[in-house]
Structures are given as C-alpha cells and as structure tokens.
Design a protein around this ligand. Structure first.
Ligand SMILES: [Zn+2]
Ligand SMILES: [Zn+2]
Length: 268
C-alpha cells in the first residue's frame, strides 16, 4: 500500500512540475504571454529547481530555438529530423545536447542572465532535485521515498518526450504547421498537448483554440489573475482565425453525409 501511495505522490509532484513548466518556463519566460507577481515568480523558481532541476535560461533557449527551426535542420528535438522513437525515448539527451551549447544560450536567452540567486543556488539543479529526494525519504521512508522520486522523474520526462515527439507526429492539425494536437495529452500536461495550436500562435496565453479543446492551466491562470498574482500580456482568443488552416476538413455526419457544421468549416 505504501508503494501505491509513493507512486501517487510522485505522479502528483510530476503534475505540479508540468504545471510550473507550462506556466513559468513556457508561457511566462519563453513567450512572455503572462507576467507573474514577484512572490509567485520565486515559488516557480524554487519549484522548477526542486522538481525538475531545470535551468530556466537553458530551457528557454532550447525552446526558442525549437520555434525558430521547427521540424527542420537545427531543431533541437524534432521527431521529423531525428526520428520518432529517438525523441520519445531520448528526448532528454537531445535537450541536454542543445542546452550545453553556450552559443545557443547566448543567442536565444540573452534576456535571462543568471542573477545572484542562480549563481549561489539555483544553477545547481541536481542539488534541488536531491533535496526533494531527501525530503521524500525523511517523510515516507527510504524505499517509498525513492519510488516517489523515481515516479516524478519518469512521469515528468515522459510527458516532455510525448509533447516533443508525439506532439509533432500523431494527433490532429487545425493549423498549417508540423505540430499536432492531442486532447488527452493536453488534459494531463496542462494544455501542452495542444501543440499544433501553440505553434500557430506561440504567444497565445491559452493553448486551447476551439470547442472541444481544454487547456487545464487556463482556469488556474485566470484564478491567479483574479488574485492579482498574474497578468495576461497577450491576446487570448482573438487571432486564431488568422491562422486557420486553409485546407478544409470535411467531417462525415451521423448518416455518413456532411453535416451543416462540416459545411461551415468547408466554407471557411
Ligand atoms: Zn513543438
Ligand atoms: Zn513554445
């Protein structure tokens, strides 16, 4: 039973890490679509350090380069360039390969220099993740604590690989880019699975675009805005139509014929 609890704890922590990644690393730092209150920024910085061991400067640089060279030579982690299973299994290798390139950091994240807190503490990512491990072991016992820590790592890395691999290979496309939307993945990655939408409008603060899509981070962001802990800086819904896919998609109706709704899409 204690190992079931350990796996659950690890999964919940991976969800928290994924939420921090999509809101802070992705929407706040990489695309500047949201601004956070300084206190919440500090929570996000320590959360990133303790749950992912990621350097925000590195993550942002690699991610911006991915947007610059999406699915062509130069993309740090494209399944179309490297191969599907290479990314699904080796995503972390491709990430590190790019993150270790000083030129990439200088070129794509010059707006995010290391500050004193980074230099003193947060640049030591392994230290943050180890601290989480020590806390889990002290609270849960040696083996359950390690199982929770391992679950956190495996689930978080699995989600990241799925976004970068499956999110550029399988799923549906509303817009003309090589990324794909996966509704189910979006539900467990706080909207990141709606990756085709994201590549169409990288600066959109909300990743869902049309009916039937749900970005679970969005209601939380709105709550943070209501609490004056966050501010949305870019347009939320306006703008999707400008990026709408030109190729009309016909969907068969219940009797196998095109429905009125499908005709509207065609007309569009
Ligand atoms: Zn992408
Ligand atoms: Zn992005």
């Amino acid at each position: 039973m204690q190992y079931v609890v350990a796996v659950l704890v690890g999964f919940v922590l991976a969800e928290v890490a994924t939420f921090i990644s999509t809101v802070y690393l992705h929407r706040v730092l990489s695309h500047k679509s949201i601004r956070l209150h300084p206190a919440l920024t500090m929570v996000m910085r320590f959360g990133t350090w303790m749950l992912t061991s990621i350097s925000p400067r590195e993550w942002v640089a690699v991610h911006r380069k991915h947007h610059n060279f999406t699915d062509v030579e130069g993309d740090p982690h494209s399944p179309h360039v490297e191969g599907y299973w290479q990314i699904m299994i080796g995503n972390v290798y491709y990430y590190r390969r790019e993150a270790n390139d000083g030129d990439t950091l200088e070129k794509y994240a010059s707006d995010l220099p290391y500050d004193r807190l980074d230099r003193m503490l947060l640049r030591r990512g392994i230290l943050g993740f180890s601290l989480t491990g020590v806390i889990l072991v002290l609270v849960m016992g040696l083996w359950p604590g390690l199982v929770a820590l391992a679950t956190l790592a495996v689930v978080y890395l699995g989600f990241s690989a799925a976004i970068n691999g499956a999110g550029h290979t399988v799923g549906y496309k509303t817009f003309e880019n090589d990324a794909t939307n996966l509704r189910l993945l979006a539900l467990i990655t706080f909207g990141e699975g709606l990756h085709n939408n994201h590549h169409a409008r990288p600066a959109a603060p909300k990743l869902s675009a049309f009916r039937g899509e749900f970005d679970p981070a969005w209601p939380i962001i709105r709550l943070l805005v209501a609490l004056r802990l966050a501010e949305v800086l870019t347009r939320v819904d306006e703008g999707w139509e400008n990026h709408r896919r030109r190729i009309p998609k016909t969907t068969p109706g219940p009797l196998g014929k095109s429905t009125a709704a499908a005709k509207v899409v065609v007309k569009d």
